[in-house]
Design a protein around this ligand. Sequence first.
Ligand code: NAP
Length: 305
Amino acid sequence: MSFEKVAILGIGLIGSSICHAIHKFGGAKAISGHAKSAETRAAALELGLVDSIHEDPAEAVKGADLIILCAPVGACGALAAAIKSNVQPGAIVTDVGSVKGAIVRDVGPHVPPHAFFIPGHPIAGTEQSGPRSGFAELFEGRWCILTPVPNTPPEKVAALEALWTGFGSKVESMTADHHDLVLAMTSHLPHLIAYNSVATAADLEEVTQSEVIKFSAGGFRDLTRIASSDPTMWRDVFLNNKDAVLEMLGRFSEELSVLQRAIRWGDGETLFTLFSRAREIRRGIIAAGQDTAAPNFGRDPAKRS
Ligand code: NAP
């Protein structure tokens, strides 16, 4: 199953990885692209990511039977409005945004009735961004969640699912609200904690910045990696998944108070039980093939990677 022409709107980490994956694994006969900046458009051509590149997103979607919005969540509504008059009958309009309820709210109204709207989210990424950061294997072994709107024909969902499974992903469908709640816990909250931990360290006046960097091996270094993710993308995630993130943050604060109390009162049993439970969860993630059991996340210490 292959699409005739896929239009990729936004050629950053995810958009460029989709281009690489199509070149490596198939899924579409031609790729047209749109990027906001002239620099990214030039890079997309130089890297051979697309067959054609367009400053106007409406030009990029002409003749496309699959349109994938790969811009930050907050930009997708305006992109959908800009392309709507050129979306061809029968085309699938999808996206890769990290939040789904806001995409349904902002993009949905602009999808013409003769097209099919199937929001999506590949749970795959790195802290890198831009057109040069993508690679074909990014989606291998990772989940891709689809949140089709009611009454979407199953064959359209199956066509999009086939594209993602062709890239090596595992695909599951759920409602947009459920997606946003799950991802608030598994992705958005950890990023918030990382951003806040790095900000706290930076604010400590008695610890000089050089000491924070010098002794950063261990947990803090891993938090700084997460906290180096694209600020625009993450600003849009928190602005657009407010309720679910606040719900998870409330639960997190309650758990943190339990830890704070245990430390204050020397309650080692509570600490040990909680840490043991966390370790079991980590083992479960490895058993599910979602991470490596190799020490130091499989990094080569000699390369300091
Ligand atoms: P990225 O590397 O920063 O690339 C974003 C792309 O969107 C760039 O091509 C940028 O164009 C374009 N863009 C930005 N603002 C735009 C606007 N107002 N109108 C049109 N295009 C615009 O970001 P990414 O990591 O690929 O993320 C893209 C989407 O994937 C986001 O919705 C994000 O939530 C989702 N996602 C990200 C990850 C991850 O780990 N990074 C994982 C899964 C899903 P210029 O380069 O010309 O500025």
